[in-house]
Design a protein around this ligand. Structure first.
Ligand SMILES: NC(=O)C1=CN([C@@H]2O[C@H](COP(=O)(O)OP(=O)(O)OC[C@H]3O[C@@H](n4cnc5c(N)ncnc54)[C@H](OP(=O)(O)O)[C@@H]3O)[C@@H](O)[C@H]2O)C=CC1
Ligand SMILES: O=CC(=O)O
Length: 289
């Protein structure tokens, strides 16, 4: 099966590599084209523009940073829209808001193409090992055709109905994840400042009712101030912002998420945006008497 892949950041590089390793023919494009070279070493072809990739491939996947990037790749000159049409499928796996996804869906389907949004839960390592959770919504036929690719990329795929539902599900999950990370960071700081050994806290947490892979995976690195990026903080803050907007639209009061968003914003303003989202710990460490 020939697949196009647009966007070779942390996630896109790992996902397209996985497809290649599992026997898919992959044609890649990235805004910074030099990032395609590593994939070429593993057998990928390069498309010079998103339009060229779509022209060549029946199925094209995108994994881009945010709504502005997702829209630009579709609507700008040499974009996806120029070559989409009947028989072409486009799957946007970026984390965006439902409005962005709907705009893209309308444009693609009005030209006769099929559209699926399919954001993912799971970070760099699950992307490398094909253990993502795929949150698809939109064209059911395209979803079914894409199952062989989803089976390589993820451990489980959900079909959630109409376009927008995948984006909403992803934003709810990441709103919870950001709030939990913020509370976890406060707990690490509180344990240390009150005279406890924070490593003991990690051990105790891991045995109790709120044990989870995020505390276990990121906690030890956070205590060493190691924030090598798996999920960049700027993207977590984008997700908090989009989730809060969804809360506004639905009149849902979210004071915990709003407070966490302030911490992520502060971290971004301090230049931590490209580090892992766990670096929000640094701004909480700064607060002193
Ligand atoms: N990292 C993670 O753990 C996870 C991330 N996600 C989501 O997946 C998406 C990608 O994340 P990730 O790979 O970490 O992000 P990165 O920041 O590593 O990569 C972003 C990608 O988007 C491209 N891009 C940015 N702006 C534009 C633009 N205006 N036009 C075209 N391309 C653009 C970048 O191109 P260039 O190389 O030229 O800058 C790059 O390929 C995001 O929506 C994120 O929220 C979802 C689950 C987990
Ligand atoms: O969006 C990030 C993730 O870990 O999921």
């Amino acid at each position: 099966m020939e697949v196009g892949f647009l966007g070779l950041g942390i996630m896109g590089k790992a996902m397209s590599m996985n497809l290649l390793k599992n026997g898919f023919k992959v044609t890649v494009w990235n805004r910074t084209l030099s990032k395609c070279n590593e994939l070429v070493e593993f057998g990928a072809s390069i498309g010079e523009t998103p339009a060229q990739v779509v022209k060549k491939c029946k199925l094209t996947i995108a994994m881009l940073s945010d709504p502005a990037a997702a829209l630009s790749v579709v609507f700008d000159k040499d974009g996806v829209l120029e070559q989409t049409g009947s028989g072409k499928g486009y799957i946007d796996m970026s984390t965006v808001d439902p409005e962005t996804s709907s705009k893209i869906s309308q444009a693609i389907t009005s030209k006769g193409g099929a559209f699926l949004e399919a954001p993912v839960s799971g970070s760099k390592q699950p992307a490398e090992t094909g253990q993502l959770v795929i949150l698809a919504a939109g064209d059911k036929g395209l979803y079914e055709e894409s199952i062989p690719a989803f089976d390589v990329l993820g451990k489980k795929s959900f079909f959630l109905g109409q376009v927008g539902n995948g984006a909403k599900m992803k934003l709810v999950i990441n709103m919870i994840m950001g709030s939990v990370m913020s509370a976890f960071s406060e707990g690490l700081v509180l344990s240390e400042r009150s005279g406890l050994n924070p490593h003991d806290l990690l051990d105790v947490l891991d045995l109790g009712a709120i044990a989870n892979p995020m505390f276990k995976g990121k906690g030890p690195a956070m205590l060493k101030s190691n924030y090598s990026p798996a999920f960049p903080l700027k993207h977590q803050q984008k997700d908090m912002r989009l989730a809060l907007a969804l809360g506004d639209e639905n009149a849902v009061s979210m004071p915990v998420a709003a407070a966490a968003n302030e911490s992520f914003k502060k971290a971004r303003s301090m230049g931590l945006g490209d580090l892992d989202f766990s670096s929000v710990h640094e701004i909480l460490k700064m607060t002193k008497d």
